[in-house]
Design a protein around this ligand. Structure first.
Ligand SMILES: Cc1cc2nc3c(=O)[nH]c(=O)nc-3n(C[C@H](O)[C@H](O)[C@H](O)COP(=O)(O)O)c2cc1C
Length: 407
């Protein structure tokens, strides 16, 4: 089974992740991981922290001479800020985050921040300093996920599967979801918006929000192409591809809603309009792998998912992220020590982060697709996975069914 776990605090010395279950024989380099990490750091509206960090994942295990060897792959991303930055109380983070007991006189965070894990976290874990909660609940952790996702993306690319993201809405400035999307243009946009004009309006909205001391949320979309039909299963609720994709996207900090295909707009359509009708092929054509498919779809309202399985169409998902909770103009709150009204604690913060959320979404989708792909095709070495995959793909096509043989 493919699984991963992450560890590390936002201002601690580094972030650690362990990915277990990638077959042996996959070519992987630190450089391949680096480009996704850089993409997570980009986007108009990110805060000062991203200027300090240049994320780089050092592979600690599981790879030898450029290929995976089947053992757990562990990764370490150093937090530069830990060694060079200053805390809000002007002390080095090495002191604020010291593992040893120190007599250093730094102020605990007790002005609780609405919209963060502070209030439930200090209550549940019986803490007096909200830093003991916020250091781990911070989305700095998502750098680990992106590193893991880059390895999964490389694995999927061996089978022609690609995953992209783009931004549809920032602070109410939105673009229609017009396909096909030029992914190169999206990567060049400062807000990862496929529509240049709308992208510029998004930039303006972010700058205005910064001037007002507030923040913005938005919507990003993920598109996965080349996913073969039949990934996931209809037979158990928790094994559905749709279940695992929505859980993976909802796990991203600040995500408050997830939809597939036409999503919530399906409420406005009749049954006849909503389904993606199965049409016969005008002629049977072989794809580049020599396979023949006896049907085609003219729409993709289902977002490539039927009965909890991939149906061979692009998988299309969207997620909404709430506006950032920490703002230059702080929210009213309460002081944990005396219950009196105060302004919430302010910690250096982004104005918006929607493009980065798309990159984290790609990583989470890459992980889930890899996990269920390996559940279907198995393989301790990638050649074994490939042989099982090729066998399955070649079995897809027109079958002559004789009713007297039974079904
Ligand atoms: C890439 C990324 C960057 C974020 N940056 C910030 C930030 O700078 N300031 C902030 O208050 N929240 C930021 N957030 C959101 C918080 O992490 C999130 O709202 C918080 O952990 C509470 O979780 P919840 O919104 O899921 O309830 C960021 C989230 C992501 C995914």
């Amino acid at each position: 089974m493919l699984r991963f776990i992450t560890a590390g605090e936002s201002h601690g010395p580094g972030l650690v992740s362990v990915l277990e279950g990638i077959p042996a024989g996959l070519e992987i380099t630190e450089d391949a991981i680096r480009s996704d990490l850089a993409r997570r750091q980009q986007g108009h509206g990110r805060g000062g922290r991203m200027k300090i960090e240049t994320d780089y994942a050092v592979i600690q295990s599981g790879v030898r001479h450029g290929r995976t060897i089947g053992s757990p792959i562990s990764l370490l991303i150093e937090n530069k800020d830990h060694f060079t930055g200053k805390g809000p109380d002007a002390k080095p983070w090495t002191e604020t985050m010291s593992k040893e007991f120190t007599n250093a006189d730094f102020t605990p965070i007790h002005r609780l921040r609405p919209g963060h894990a502070d209030t439930p976290g200090i209550t549940k874990y019986n803490q007096l300093d909200a830093r003991n909660i916020l250091e781990r609940s911070s989305a700095r952790e998502s750098a680990s996920r992106v590193a893991v996702g880059a390895i999964c993306r490389k694995f999927l690319s061996e089978f022609g599967i690609e995953i992209h993201s783009h931004v549809l809405n920032i602070g109410g400035v939105s673009t229609d979801n017009n396909q096909p999307i030029d992914w190169k243009l999206v990567e060049e946009s400062p807000v990862k918006c496929a529509d240049h004009q709308i992208g510029m309006l998004m930039v303006k909205a972010i700058d205005e929000a910064r001037e007002k001391g507030t923040s913005l949320g938005g919507i990003f979309e993920i598109v996965a192409t080349g996913v073969p039909i039949g990934i996931g299963t209809h037979i158990q609720w928790d094994r559905k591809l749709s279940t695992q994709l929505s859980a993976a996207l909802s796990s991203i900090n600040a995500v408050k809603g997830v939809e597939f295909g036409s999503g919530f707009l399906l409420a406005n359509l009749s049954g006849h309009e909503a389904q993606d009708v199965i049409n016969p092929m005008e002629e049977w054509v072989e794809d580049d792998k020599g396979n023949v498919r006896p049907w085609q779809r003219n729409s993709n309202n289902a977002g490539g998912l039927e009965g909890g399985m991939s149906n061979g169409e692009p998988i299309v998902m969207r997620a909404v992220v709430k506006p950032i909770a920490t703002m230059i103009k702080p929210l009213p709150s309460v002081d944990l020590t005396n219950g009196l009204p105060v302004n919430a604690h302010y910690e250096r913060s982004d104005i918006t982060f929607v493009p980065a959320c798309g990159v984290i979404g790609e990583a989470m989708v890459a992980f889930v697709l890899s996990k269920l792909f390996l559940e279907k095709f198995g393989g301790d070495h990638i050649d074994e996975t490939r042989s099982n995959y090729d066998h399955y793909i070649s079995s897809i096509g027109p079958h002559s069914i004789k009713l007297e043989d039974g079904i």
